[in-house]
Design a binder for this molecule. Sequence first.
Ligand code: ZN
Length: 66
Amino acid sequence: MIKRTFQCTVCGTEFPATKTKGMTHIGHVKHMYCFKCKTTQPCVQTDVEGTGAKLGVTKWKRKSSQ
Ligand SMILES: [Zn+2]
C-alpha cells in the first residue's frame, strides 16, 4: 500500500491518504473531505511513501499564482 500525504489548500491541514487507485505524483490536486473544514476541499499531495520527497504547499501556491 502506498501512503500519500495530502494538504488542504484552504486550511493547511495535512492528512494521510491510503487509497491506491492509481499512482499519483507530488503536486497532484485531489478534492477530498477535509475534517477541519468539514467540507470537500482541493487538497495537494505533498509526499509519496518511498521517495522521501516533500513539497510545501507554499511552493504550490506560488506556482499557481503566476
Ligand atoms: Zn481544510
